[in-house]
Design a protein. Structure first.
Lengths: 216, 772
């Protein structure tokens, strides 16, 4: 009797989890291998208005690299550039619609809230050439990065047709994006198989040894 | 004939030429290979320089493009307004003086292009390129790892390097910088390599010359060089730089061969002149060496010639301590050895080895001298008597000793100008005739020195000489004859057993024409030159002639009458005596018959030689002849000399016995001169003895002869033999013999030998002798 009860409990719970208003997205490559760290966002097709999600995105500089490598924000969010190193960084993005450039001294941070356009912001450090980071500005609150297993759970938006977009700076596709239309009234689980390759992600590491830096 | 000097010189010349030729050849080959090496080096160096410089330009561009692409300033204006980008790019361009600068957007569009050109005034001027806003023509380059490329823009070709411009990992575009491949670069290479440099491009099959340091550059020539078909009067190297699939940059570096080797050619002349000078010096040295080696040799040759001519007093002087000096010394030693040997030989040639006295050749010279001076002189030809006996009994050593003893004594005589020893026991003394000397005195001097006996190991030996003497000009005028005359005189002294004989003409009969007679005798018998004379033998009892002795005479066509003594001896020695005796015998028989016809009954006596008795057919011949001419045997008398029997008594006795048995009369001729013993006489089958004329001629004066003849007659009679005496020259002898019962007499007193005709008349007178 006890086992029957447990089985019934599990059975009851599963639909509940589904009913908990989340959409499960899986990103895999051709060989069904999980692709982590892929940006996925949902762009409504129909005239669906989604609520603005107020939050501050942190783009850190730590150990002379952008942490995280990829950051995502909804247009209008504030971005906090936080220098966690003991050295000055000169963060800049010279191309596109969201050019900026400023220095952040060690341990300080710089809040920026004036990004006007969606799109990718490729960032570099004028002092540390190898540092490379991306900030993707999207016009939707539904976005995230896949985890180690290539999975991303997003809260279920109102039903309707959406464009599911996978982006990665090294994704070998036009605009580094793969589009897949989905109808959220039907699908709660989406697996996206990417035929495109992920190009080599350059390491944010100096080719030379900067031992002498510790001395100044 | 080549002289030694020439040979040595030639040898050196050949050697030097060979050495020089080898050296020359080695250097020629060395130089050629050096030249080739130099050219190869030069070309490969030029190519290396080109590659190095070309690559270093490339690397420089690449490094610079990379640096520029990282420049924040340019990144900031990359998408800004064009003017800012152009200014920023030009700032970079100026730093390296690049000829081309380009910006390419991430979309592959050429967003900015700066080209350095020249305006009409020749000043450098930067302009915007024509490709702005056009797609970059080589999008594959953008993705390629290869950053450096050849870029054609209009008429110009650039060496460019592309570098991506990144923001972090994001490539936001590309920057390119380029250097033009132009005349300036070509000139640069010319300056460094001294080789002209052409640049051409080849797109597909189309060639285009783009720049050259050579204002007269030809595309065809460039192509030839690149294709490895360089004309021979050039040295060149070609090279192609490949821009994958697009085009090829052709490089030709070249120079005139003549210009390159000019320096080497100059070295050549220097070397040839040096070689020539070296050769001249070497040849001069060779000549001096050859001359210095051969100089003493020439000296030797010259002096050797003098010595060879017989002048032994010249010594060879070579001031040289080397082998040649030693040779000269040896030469001198040899010369003195030759001299002494020649002296010894000359001495031996002119002296008798036993007595060391001058010999016949010295004598001849001496005689010739005397003849030249017309000096009167006398030759004394001496012969040691009885030397043969000494040799046979005491040995030749004693004989020689005796000769030496005689020589020693004779050499003490100072009256003579020359003493020669001309043969075993014969000496010749020569004395010039002057008023103080006389032949008799000289002869007595000779006898005087030889007078004392010699004693040899207790044996007393007498030195007795016979001497033949002849004088010039007394006897003859030539030196050859005078020796012969002395010799003849000496011989005669032997015959007559005298110690001294002076030459006179009478001695000469036997010897002078003897040789001629030998030959002529053969013809004499055939040509009927012989004739028979007969000498009567008188019967001393009855006083009438009952016998004759046949005597042969030779009427020589040129010499006239030759006495029998002269030619019978020759006939005996030359084997002609048989023919002669045959002729005499047969003609005697004929004459017998002739006399018989005129009523004369005369017995004929013929002389028989010892040689006749040895002839095997002689007996038969006599018998046949007697029978043939029908002459009674008892009318024939064979006269045989005592000596003929002595040689071989047994054979002689046997044949004489046969004649006696045959009935012929046998007579012993010249009895008393030989040495036959009475025992032999007793055995001889003879009828009569013929007493030699030497006993008969002096019967009148010599008592001894009379005793001998009387005893002989008595002896003969007692043995039953009759006696004939020959040599009756006076009446006394004739009467004496008749009185002593000698049967027959013969001699001039009765009659000389006469020809048959004359004698026949004489016989027919029938003169009868009466004896007292």
């Amino acid at each position: 009797m006890r086992s029957l009860y447990l089985n019934v409990l599990i059975f009851c719970c599963l639909p509940y989890y589904v009913i908990a208003e989340n959409i499960n997205i899986n990103v895999v490559d051709n060989d069904h291998k999980a692709l982590p760290d892929m940006v996925v966002y949902l762009q409504p097709e129909d005239d669906i208005s989604l609520p603005f999600n107020e939050k501050v995105v942190e783009v850190g500089q730590f150990d002379r690299s952008f942490t995280p490598y990829i950051s995502i924000m909804q247009l209008g969010n504030k971005v906090n550039f936080k220098n966690k190193d003991d050295i000055t960084h000169h963060i800049y993005s010279p191309i596109g619609d969201n050019k900026f450039s400023f220095k952040i001294r060690a341990g300080e941070s710089q809040m920026k809230s004036d990004f006007q356009q969606t799109g990718e912001v490729a960032m570099g450090c004028n002092i540390h050439d190898w540092m490379s980071g991306y900030l993707l500005i999207v016009d939707t609150p539904l976005f995230g990065k896949t985890d180690e297993k290539g999975r991303l759970d997003l809260p279920m938006p109102p039903a309707g047709k959406y464009q599911l977009i996978v982006w990665h700076p090294q994704l070998d596709a036009v605009n580094n994006r793969v589009y897949q239309p989905i109808d959220l009234s039907e699908q709660k689980q989406v697996t996206i198989k990417l035929d495109n390759k992920i190009l080599k992600i350059s390491e944010q590491k100096s080719e030379e040894d900067f031992d002498f830096l510790s001395d100044y | 004939m080549k002289s030694l000097q020439t040979k040595i010189f030639l040898f050196f010349v050949l050697l030097l030429l060979l050495v020089q030729a080898i050296a020359l050849w080695t250097i020629v080959e060395g130089n050629k290979s050096q030249e080739r090496q130099e050219i190869t080096n030069r070309l490969s160096t030029a190519k290396t320089i080109f590659n190095t410089q070309f690559n270093s330009r490339r690397d420089y561009l690449t490094a610079f493009a990379e640096t520029a692409a990282k420049d924040y300033g340019i990144k900031q204006v990359f998408e800004d307004e064009l003017r800012s980008l152009l200014v920023a790019m030009n700032n970079h361009r100026k730093r390296i003086d690049a000829d081309l600068a380009m910006a390419i957007s991430s979309k592959g569009l050429v967003t900015a292009q700066l080209v350095l050109g020249k305006n009409q005034a020749g000043e450098s001027k930067v302009k915007q390129g024509s490709e702005r806003e056009q797609a970059f023509r080589f999008p594959q380059w953008l993705e390629s790892q290869e950053q450096s490329h050849l870029y054609v823009l209009g008429d110009s070709v650039y060496q460019i390097s592309l570098s991506p411009m990144n923001v972090g990992a994001k490539t936001i575009g590309w920057l390119a910088f380029g250097f033009e491949i132009n005349q300036e670069l070509a000139q640069h290479f010319l300056d460094i390599t001294q080789l002209h440099t052409d640049f051409a491009i080849k797109i597909g099959e189309e060639w285009r010359l783009i720049a050259s340091s050579n204002s007269a550059a030809q595309l065809d020539f460039t192509k030839q060089v690149v294709n490895g078909e360089t004309p021979n009067d050039y040295i060149a190297i070609g090279h192609l730089v490949d821009e994958a699939g697009q085009l090829q940059l052709a490089l030709a570096m070249y120079g005139l061969r003549a210009d390159i080797v000019a320096v080497l050619q100059e070295q050549w002349w220097q070397f040839l002149i040096l070689t020539f000078i070296t050769l001249l010096l070497s040849l001069s040295a060779a000549y001096i060496i050859a001359a210095s080696i051969t100089k003493p040799v020439k000296q030797l040759v010259k002096q050797a010639k003098i010595v060879a001519s017989g002048d032994y007093h010249q010594t060879v002087e070579v001031n040289d301590s080397s082998e040649l000096g030693q040779l000269a010394n040896e030469f001198n030693a040899m010369q003195s050895a030759v001299l002494s040997r020649e002296k010894a030989i000359t001495h031996r040639a002119n002296h008798d080895p036993l007595t060391d006295l001058a010999n016949r050749s010295v004598l001849k010279v001496a005689l010739q001298n005397l003849a030249d001076r017309e000096q009167a002189f006398t030759i004394f030809h001496l012969n040691l008597s009885r030397l043969k006996d000494v040799n046979e009994t005491l040995g030749h050593d004693v004989g020689d000793w005796l000769i030496k003893a005689a020589a020693l004594r004779l050499s003490t005589l100072d009256e003579f100008q020359l003493l020669c020893h001309i043969g075993a026991d014969e000496f010749i003394l020569l004395a010039e005739i002057n008023e103080h000397s006389s032949t008799e005195l000289l002869v007595s001097r000779i006898h005087q020195v030889l007078e004392d006996n010699c004693e040899y190991q207790g044996i007393n030996l007498q030195l007795q000489v016979r001497i033949g003497i002849a004088s010039v000009p007394e006897h003859c005028h030539d030196t050859k004859s005078v020796l012969q005359m002395a010799d003849t005189a000496l011989h005669h002294s032997h015959k007559v057993s005298q110690l001294v004989q002076v030459y006179h003409q009478g001695l000469d009969v036997n010897s002078v024409e003897r040789l001629n007679l030998i030959n002529d005798l053969k013809d004499a018998i055939i040509d009927d030159q012989l004739e028979l004379h007969f000498q009567p033998k008188l019967d001393l009892a009855s006083g009438i002639v009952t016998h004759v002795e046949a005597l042969v005479r030779w009427r020589h066509p040129t010499l006239g009458m030759v006495p029998p003594d002269n030619f019978i001896h020759i006939a005996e020695q030359t084997g002609q005596i048989n023919a002669l005796t045959h002729w005499v015998f047969i003609n005697s028989l004929k004459q017998y018959n002739a006399w018989c016809e005129v009523g004369l009954n005369i017995s004929v006596a013929v002389n028989i030689s010892a040689e006749n008795l040895k002839a095997p057919d002689f007996y038969d011949f006599i018998c046949q002849s007697v029978e043939k001419y029908q002459v009674p045997a008892e009318k024939v008398t064979l006269e045989v000399t005592e000596s003929a029997v002595v040689d071989d008594p047994e054979a002689a006795i046997a044949i004489l016995q046969k004649f006696k048995d045959r009935g012929m009369r046998i007579s012993i001729d010249d009895y008393g001169t030989g040495y036959s013993s009475l025992a032999q006489l007793k055995q001889l089958p003879v009828h009569e003895l013929k007493i030699d004329k030497s006993f008969v001629q002096r019967l009148c004066d010599d008592e001894d002869d009379r005793i001998i003849v009387r005893s002989t007659i008595e002896l003969a009679h007692n043995m039953g033999l009759s006696v004939v005496a020959e040599g009756i020259e006076d009446e006394f002898a004739l009467n004496w013999l008749a009185r002593n019962k000698c049967e027959l007499g013969q001699g001039y007193f009765i009659s000389r030998p006469k020809p048959a005709k004359e004698l026949t008349a004489w016989l027919l007178e029938k003169k009868v002798y009466a004896f007292e």
